[in-house]
Design a protein around this ligand. Structure first.
Ligand code: GAR
Length: 217
């Protein structure tokens, strides 16, 4: 059996994607993987409660405890590195990942974005705001994307995407929930499982997945 992939999950709020990963490891949808730590930039959030309930080490590194942004970034990197992870998973993490961390973990940080990149992404597109913009634009299809994190905002190699239809009468909240249920909670665990089993590599700025039929997630 392969050595288990050590993952650290970075969160900011509700932690439903974290929960999907915890559940998928427990039920065997994700194999060869252990969550070695959860780090939140916000204290007292539901995501930390979820980690603790699952017996996972959880800590908070808040920018509010640092006078200078660079010191927060150093502390965040040190906290991540202390877990010696193979992969850093941004699961609803609202912190812009410092360049130093991107370099230290090249092609070893993944993020879930609640839209089909390159639509509705980039600076200012996060959380509920993404769904608001989708509805404002009158888009018929949205979805979610798991991608590697590079120095840009939502610009790294795409690993998996799943489409979700917008429905008449959707509010941002209703749409957010549907995108989570139908896309995010499926493709995030799937991407981790693929990485844990050595099936994902990055070549010429694109992610390649061995023996994979898109749509099977
Ligand atoms: C999720 O919809 C995730 O895709 C989004 O925030 C939500 C967090 O929910 N992430 C971003 O917008 C990142 N740019 P969760 O805390 O319940 O997983």
């Amino acid at each position: 059996m392969n050595k288990k992939l050590r993952i650290v999950v970075l969160v900011s709020g509700g932690g439903t994607n974290l929960q999907a990963v915890i559940d998928a490891i427990q039920d065997g949808t994700i194999t060869n993987t252990e969550i070695v730590g959860v780090i939140s930039n916000n204290p007292g959030v539901k995501a930390m409660e979820r980690a603790e309930k699952a017996g996972i080490d959880a800590k908070c590194v808040s920018p509010k405890n640092f006078a200078v942004r660079a010191d927060f970034e150093e502390a965040l990197l040190a906290a991540v590195q202390a877990y010696e992870p193979d992969l850093v998973v941004l699961a609803g993490c609202m912190v812009v990942i410092p360049e130093k961390m991107v370099k230290a973990f090249e092609n070893r940080i993944i993020n879930i974005h609640p839209a089909l990149i390159p639509a509705f992404c980039g600076t200012g597109y996060y959380g509920l705001r993404v769904h608001q913009k989708v509805l404002e634009r009158g888009a018929r299809v949205t979805g979610a994307t798991v991608h590697f994190v590079d120095a840009g905002t939502d610009t790294g190699p795409i690993i998996l995407q799943k489409a979700v239809y917008v429905q008449e009468g959707d509010t941002p909240e209703i749409l957010q929930r549907r995108v989570m249920e139908e896309a995010e909670w499926k493709i995030m665990p799937k991407a981790i499982d693929l990485i844990a089993n050595g099936r994902v590599k990055v070549e010429n700025g694109k992610a390649c997945i061995a023996d994979y039929t898109f749509g099977e997630e």
